[in-house]
Design a protein around this ligand. Structure first.
Ligand SMILES: [Zn+2]
Length: 80
């Protein structure tokens, strides 16, 4: 017996809006919009660790903000 995803799985963890996640709707993951979209790494990092990979962001929150998408290094990140 398959249980539908928990209601919270269908909402964006950042803004609480419908994340339109296919997985949360019982559809195969490849059908989720997020498989085609670039998700802003900064948005993912804003999630609690236990929510990463569990909840989809909504399209609005996952969309990289202008200027942040082109591989700019975040000033807080210094790889040394
Ligand atoms: Zn959102």
């Amino acid at each position: 017996m398959s249980t539908p995803a928990a209601p919270w799985a269908q909402t964006c963890p950042l803004c609480g809006q419908d994340n339109r996640c296919a997985v949360a709707q019982g559809l195969p993951a490849p059908q989720c919009w997020c498989m085609q979209a670039r998700i802003d790494p900064a948005a993912l990092e804003a999630l609690a660790p236990q929510e990463r990979g569990q909840r989809c962001l909504c399209a609005a929150c996952g969309r990289p903000t202008a200027g942040a998408a082109q591989g700019d290094k975040h000033p807080d990140f210094q790889d040394n």
